[in-house]
Design a protein around this ligand. Structure first.
Ligand code: G4P
Length: 533
């Protein structure tokens, strides 16, 4: 197999700073090892002292990116935050994605802001439900994927079976970068196909080679039946799989695969190397009227996430902005294309979990946090004045619809503020019924309701409960014929609500009613997603 060395494929450019950015996410099914791998990557890049340093008190499982109390209690990652760190002359921006399936909407939006993803797979379990879902989201945008098969220190499926399963289930070509020597108790190291060497589990070089056959001359290896089996399966894999090609990888059609152990720190340095050498530079961003090229001189960026009250002492709201082009400087005035208003960005921030520092300068690929008081919403595009709108950041129709009940009627105002603040984060959607003044929340998963009530109680001191309204389906409605839309809204007044942008939303008891309305009103479009502009 002719995998070219990293240096040959991707000479590291130094001319434009944006070309040194690698903005990525780690996707996986819960328990595959994402948290452990995140810690190890940060430690391997020197961003934290040691992997153990980010663990919570009393052995609680948490990386720095898991900062909410509830996340720590449950050991799941609910919010997405950002970790920016340097590695080998590059700036890496790791966007944390919530692993729980209830937060797929938030995850989806975060994945609109990355250029690459590391897909972590448990060697014993193979492709799991959430891996598949997240992979499909990546595929929608052809995001290049590096596959990390984790937990080789445990018994698992054989490398060939795993490759076969991944290729079959994801319809994605794979090409090995690191090959394991045995698994579980037999695990004896790995073959690094890029640097052409054999290493022991601790990362010590045991042998180097020009061609794999050279290894047959190394006595210590040849005498080891586990190594010989590994070599044989590797040769089979090579005969069966395509060779690495940078363009095919960048187009999202070929994934380099590494076998390792996050827990034992095996193959983590090589994973960083793969990301650094082969990971794509910032990619063009789909937008109207035309895609934004990262080399464009003027600054553009878009909000992919808004987080309220990150710091309990500061009641603040941070909009996370992915820069798409230009060189942003602190103090710059940017226009929010949606509202048409200018804002001076005087306190932009870079993040490392919940630590933050002032961002003096940022380029395409970087993520800056902009504190604001509700002027920025998810999906907003920021420019130096041009009327450009980034596309592809949707709202999803909620699958769970509930009326909010206030236990203390004196707190209506605070409740309204809490719901409106939290809906700006884009995780929960808030609707007002057209008849009556009920507040309705819509979410895509049950866990979000729990998070919502916990946060409204803790951050705003307002206890709330939820009750069913008998609706299961919500659809945004539009029509090319405004009169027809008016007629529909009048006819369905009892079942109509408005979202935060005052767009009309039709609520139906179930899918059958929604279908029926569709048939009865052919000139009305019933939408499950709405672009956030
Ligand atoms: P997640 O963020 O994807 O949900 O997974 P996380 O890193 O929390 O890992 C899930 C479990 O898998 C943890 O064990 C972790 O120690 C273990 N693990 C991660 N990587 C490896 C690996 O390479 N080899 C082995 N053998 N185990 C690995 P746990 O018992 O659930 O938690 P803990 O008590 O160890 O923290």
């Amino acid at each position: 197999m002719s995998i070219a060395s990293a240096a040959e494929v991707s000479p590291r450019p130094v001319s434009e700073p944006y070309r040194l950015r690698r903005t990525f996410a780690i996707i996986s099914h819960p328990d595959a090892g994402k948290t452990t791998l995140t810690e190890r990557l940060l430690a391997a890049a020197g961003a934290i002292q040691s992997a153990g340093a980010v663990r919570g008190k009393a052995g609680q499982r948490s990386t720095r990116s898991d900062w909410m109390e509830m996340e720590q209690q449950r050991g799941i990652s609910i919010t997405s935050s950002v970790m920016t760190f340097d590695y080998d002359g590059l700036t890496l921006n790791l966007l944390d994605t919530p692993g729980h399936s209830d937060f797929s909407e938030d995850t989806y939006r975060t994945l609109t802001a990355v250029d690459a993803a590391i897909m972590v797979i448990d060697a014993a379990k193979g492709i799991e439900a959430q891996t598949l879902k997240l992979f499909e989201v990546c595929r929608l945008r052809d995001i290049p994927i590096i596959t990390f098969i984790n937990k080789v220190d445990r018994e698992g499926q054989s490398p060939l079976d795993l490759i076969d399963e991944i290729q079959g289930k994801l319809a994605l070509d794979l090409t090995p970068v690191l090959w394991p020597i045995g698994q579980g108790v037999d695990f004896g190291g790995y073959i690094d196909l890029i640097e052409k060497r054999v290493l022991n589990p601790q990362g010590k070089i045991i042998a180097e080679y020009e061609a794999l056959e050279d290894l047959l001359e190394v006595e210590a290896l040849v005498e080891n039946p586990v190594f010989m089996t590994a070599l044989e399966t590797l040769e089979m894999a090579q005969a069966m799989l395509p060779t690495f090609d940078l363009d095919t990888f960048h187009a999202g059609h070929l994934s380099p695969v590494l076998f390792g152990s996050a827990l034992k720190g095996v193959s983590v340095a090589e994973l960083l190397r793969t990301l650094g050498d082969w990971g794509p530079e910032p990619r063009p961003q789909p937008a109207i009227p035309a895609p934004i090229a990262p080399a464009d001189k003027k600054v553009t960026g878009f909000v992919f996430k808004v987080q309220a009250n990150m710091d309990a002492n500061h009641r603040d709201r941070i909009a996370f902005v992915r820069l798409c082009s230009g060189t942003f400087e602190r103090g710059m005035r940017l226009k929010n294309v949606r509202s048409g208003k200018d804002m001076a960005v005087s306190n932009p921030m870079f993040f490392f979990g919940n630590n933050r520092e002032l961002a003096e300068e940022a380029v395409a690929g970087d993520i800056v946090g902009i504190p604001n008081h509700g002027t920025l919403s998810v999906g907003d595009t920021l420019t130096e004045g041009a009327n450009i709108n980034v596309t592809g950041i949707p709202n999803f129709a909620p699958e769970i619809i509930r009326r909010v009940r206030l236990t203390d009627a004196m707190k209506t105002k605070q409740m309204a503020k809490a719901l409106s603040d939290l809906s700006e984060e884009g995780v929960t959607q808030v609707f007002r019924r057209m008849v009556g003044a009920d507040w309705i929340v819509g979410v895509v998963g049950q866990l979000q309701l729990e998070v919502l009530s916990a946060r409204v109680a803790k951050e705003y001191g307002v206890p709330i409960t939820f009750e069913s309204l008998g609706y299961e389906v919500a659809r945004w409605v539009e029509s090319d014929d405004p009169e027809e839309l008016k007629r529909f809204i009048t006819a369905q007044k009892m079942n109509m609500a408005e979202d935060r942008a005052e767009a009309p939303v039709f609520l139906a008891q179930n899918a059958w009613w929604a279908d029926r309305a569709k048939q009865d009103w052919p000139k009305i479009r019933f939408l499950t997603t709405k672009e956030r502009h």
